[in-house]
Design a protein around this ligand. Structure first.
Ligand SMILES: [Ca+2]
Length: 567
């Protein structure tokens, strides 16, 4: 099998590098510099035979050498609160596209980054939401401490894809190949293309291959553990969006509740609820610090928030209390005979409900879904002021389940589309707890979830872990998997909370050096100057960090991992 290079690479100085172990041939200039080695990959073509699922092969569209860059500090932004971009070592940025079988399907765009100073390992990074943008994989990983060197600077060959379509909504789901790509196939295709390019650049396969992803990327991480266990030595998932379709149904139910007359929750009502969470539960971990530590021990009395005659900003109407129930309570959807066709667990509270990444960002936005709804491309979530989940739920109903861009998602009843709903659930569940194949080949899995996550329920992740234990036994699970629960913090661990931890470092120590992670790691919070302002122990489910009663409440040593109470 060959990677064939075009253009200047076939000049008088051209040579062929033969790699006996694979039969791979790279034709190009003698690789007497990193830049030339990079240039030699430009216009490469990876034949379909080198990709483990059906494609028409892959085409490299650019290979550009990126010189090392120093650390830069700029004005802080919401996406980069410290304003700091860390240093990067030199690498070769390879971009390209995996060509679809169906001419009407979009290609899978990818980026592979090949460091000059390679550590011999590869790292695939997952996407987010509905994917739709190429994951560049040259920056910070989810939850990484502000000071942690980027994977590319640690010497990892990194790569990511666009999930098999462009645009962060579900319109792609109208095409079956694009939908199958999103569900799982693009992960294998992008992996195999990256492996071919790594072989072409370094003439050997990675000693270890990891996957790191958050949210949809977390679902992708569990998907590869379940479907392609032989390809990965280690996987990190944070806030994984398993039971993806069920989650979208939850978003849509919350939208329907919030669209009822008098039900919408504005900033004042969200603050009232957030204050109640902290008022009732902040001390359940032994310290008043804006964090509900004992995450299964907090039972909020929502009825107590209901206005007693009249309305004000510090109480909720009955429809608003009902909307909170639709946001937080467990849900089952049943068919006409009463059979459960889908379910989703409850959400937890952690103290960051009223923070910028909380209820307003994910659920309410600035306005409820309108009725009637604009159809298709005229449906603009920013213009409509929607919460992210309201937009995602609408998109799932229209494109993933009903397959009608004009369908009004507020009219959706899963039981009326039971077959389509069941198909979508099965395709995107990624919740098979039997990871025996991954465990037996020596794979390691680290999962982490924050408890104020309004995008994906931490209880869904706990349920998945419990199912793993039930399927494989606790002793086996302990040998290869960890679930860390971090109290408070939003979907990305955001908010005023210590939740930064070098999960890639923990994974690499486990996989490559045999040091299994325990409860000796800490979750950190950083100030704008990259200094640690607060730390707590990183506790394994079902433990939480409980204040010991004395000592600096911002120091991890003042906490002990303690079993959470409640159910
Ligand atoms: Ca507390």
């Amino acid at each position: 099998m060959t990677i064939r290079n075009g253009g200047a690479a076939l000049g008088a100085m051209a040579v062929a590098v033969f790699v006996a172990s694979t039969g791979l041939v790279v034709r190009g200039q003698p690789a007497n510099s990193d830049q030339q080695a990079c240039n030699a990959l430009a216009a490469s073509r990876i034949p379909a035979e080198m990709i483990g699922l059906p494609t028409k092969g892959a085409q490299v569209t650019s290979a550009e050498f990126k010189a090392a860059t120093p650390e830069v500090k700029e004005a802080p932004t919401p996406f980069n609160p410290s304003g700091v971009t860390l240093a990067r070592l030199a690498y070769c940025e390879v971009k390209g596209e995996i060509l679809p079988l169906d001419p009407a399907a979009p290609g899978i765009r990818f980026q592979v980054n090949l460091p000059s100073d390679w550590n011999g390992k590869a790292l695939q990074q997952g996407g987010g939401g509905y994917d739709g943008n190429v994951v560049a994989a040259v920056g910070a990983l989810p939850r990484a401490p502000d000071t942690a060197p980027y994977p590319i600077t640690r010497g990892f060959a990194t790569f990511g894809s666009d999930g098999g379509h462009q645009g962060n909504d579900a319109t792609f789901a109208l095409n079956q190949e694009a939908l199958t790509n999103f569900a799982y196939a693009q992960l294998k295709k992008a992996h195999d293309v990256a492996m071919a390019l790594i072989m072409a650049r370094y003439h050997r396969a990675p000693s270890k291959t990891y996957f790191v992803g958050q949210s949809e990327g977390g679902r992708e991480g569990l998907t590869v553990a379940q479907r392609f266990p032989q390809d990965y030595d280690g996987i990190v998932v944070t806030a994984p969006a398993i039971n993806y379709t069920n989650l979208m149904l939850r978003f849509n139910d919350a939208s329907a509740a919030l669209a009822q007359p008098g039900a919408f929750l504005g900033a004042a009502q969200i603050k009232t609820f957030g204050d109640a969470v902290l008022g009732q539960c902040d001390m359940n971990d032994g310290v008043k610090d804006g964090i509900v530590g004992n995450y299964l021990g907090c039972k909020i009395d929502r009825a107590a928030l209901q206005c007693k005659g009249g309305t004000s900003d510090t109480c909720l109407t009955a429809p608003q209390v009902a909307a909170l129930a639709a946001i937080y309570d467990p849900k089952e959807w049943k068919d006409a005979s009463g059979k459960v066709i889908a379910s989703y667990p409850r959400f937890l509270v952690g103290g960051a409900e009223a923070a910028p990444g909380g209820i307003a960002a994910w659920i309410t936005g600035r306005a409820p879904l309108p009725k009637p709804q604009p159809a298709g491309k005229d449906f603009n979530p920013q213009q409509l002021g929607l919460g992210i989940g309201a937009f995602y739920g609408n998109s799932a109903v229209r494109y993933l389940i009903v397959k009608n861009p004009a369908f009004d998602s507020l009219d959706f009843k899963p039981q009326q589309y039971a077959q389509q709903t069941a198909q979508a659930i099965q395709l995107l569940a990624s919740n098979d707890p039997n990871l025996a194949a991954f465990q037996k080949r020596g794979g390691k899995l680290i999962m982490l979830h924050n408890t104020s996550d309004l995008a994906v329920s931490p209880v869904a992740t706990m349920n998945y872990y419990d199912a793993m234990v039930k399927t494989l036994g606790k002793k086996t699970v302990d040998q290869f998997a960890r679930l860390y629960i971090v109290p408070s913090g939003g979907h990305g661990g955001d908010g005023d909370v210590p939740s930064k931890v070098d999960l890639l470092g923990l994974l690499d120590q486990w996989v490559d050096h045999g040091h299994a992670p325990a409860e000796d790691a800490v979750a950190q919070e950083f100030g704008p100057d990259l200094k640690v302002t607060r730390a707590k122990p990183l506790c394994m489910y079902p433990n939480y960090p409980r204040y010991v009663g004395s000592g600096d409440k911002n120091a991890a040593s003042s906490y002990r991992c303690t079993p959470t109470s409640g159910t």
